[in-house]
Design a protein around this ligand. Structure first.
Ligand SMILES: Nc1ncnc2c1ncn2[C@@H]1O[C@H](COP(=O)(O)OP(=O)(O)O)[C@@H](O)[C@H]1O
Ligand SMILES: [Mg+2]
Length: 259
């Protein structure tokens, strides 16, 4: 089993973030814990899901409030224990296998073990036959799977995934979801975004629902899907939270706050 967690609980304390002159994350507080299972962030386009993930990974810092990992704010320590897969993964100009072995080398994994773990991860992601191929020649979906395999091979304490199956076909999506489930079952805390409500239902232990930079609801997945408390979350689940009519379902105070 693992030693004391270095990243959990991950907490955001009244965090606000600006992009240009616009507040894109507004007074957001939340807490991520291992016991909650896979945390899935949902919400309409532009809600701030990707930005929340980047805050969780320390890639960006908030203008107001603070983020803490296991009670502290040590970026060095955090980098060793967290991995993030971006929506457009960044791969090295090396072979598929070398992309994985290099990540393991950086983590200080010994050589024979690097090769073993890399081959295991590539097999898991259905990429064994491409091991020698330059990573940049893979299709987009294969690149996404490679990025996930690479993160999985490193066995991070926390894995952050931004839309991990965006643009994948159903078979590839299924494979990606299996890897995510394996990862979580092996004790890694997964925090991810998705625009796919079916995927959220399949994977989530808890849901965070965001809307226009605010966290509107954080709840166990079963409870959220059964009976969401927030009226915007209810509308979103009904498929009604469409940008061209969002004003019509706003409560008057909501309009004032978000104006
Ligand atoms: N670098 C940036 N500069 C200006 N605006 C940004 C930047 N990054 C994100 N935004 C804006 O912040 C909001 C939230 O973005 P994002 O977190 O990417 O949303 P999503 O929920 O779709 O992942 C959007 O309105 C987006 O346009
Ligand atoms: Mg996004």
């Amino acid at each position: 089993m693992r030693t004391a967690p270095k990243t959990l609980p991950l907490e955001l304390h009244a965090v606000s973030l600006k992009a240009g002159d616009k507040w894109v994350i507004k007074d957001l507080s939340c807490r991520f814990e291992a016991a909650a299972g896979c945390s899935v962030i949902i919400g309409p386009n532009g809600a701030g899901k990707s930005l929340l993930l980047k805050l969780c990974h320390g890639l960006i810092s908030p203008e107001k409030g603070r983020v803490s990992w296991a009670g502290g704010a040590d970026p060095g320590l955090r980098g060793q224990h967290q991995a993030m897969v971006l929506q457009r993964p960044v791969l090295l100009r090396r072979s598929v296998r070398a992309n994985v072995t290099f990540a393991l080398k950086v983590k200080g994994v010994e050589k024979a073990e690097r090769r073993r773990r890399a081959d295991q991860a590539l097999a898991r992601a259905g990429l064994s036959r491409y091991a020698q191929r330059p990573a940049r020649l893979l299709s987009f979906g294969e690149q996404q799977r490679l990025a996930l395999a690479r993160a999985w091979a490193v066995r991070p304490e926390m894995l952050l995934l931004d839309e991990p199956s965006a643009n994948l076909d159903p078979a590839a999506t299924h494979l990606v979801e299996e890897i995510i489930q394996d990862t979580a079952a092996a004790g890694t805390k997964v925090i991810m975004t998705t625009h796919d409500l079916h995927q959220a239902r399949r994977l989530a232990g808890e849901i965070l629902f965001m809307h226009r930079g605010r966290l509107k609801e954080q709840a166990p997945a079963a409870r959220f899907f059964e009976a969401p408390e927030n009226d915007l979350a209810q509308a979103f689940l009904r498929g009604e939270l469409l940008w061209w009519r969002r004003r019509s379902i706003y409560a008057p105070d909501e309009q004032r706050k978000d104006a």
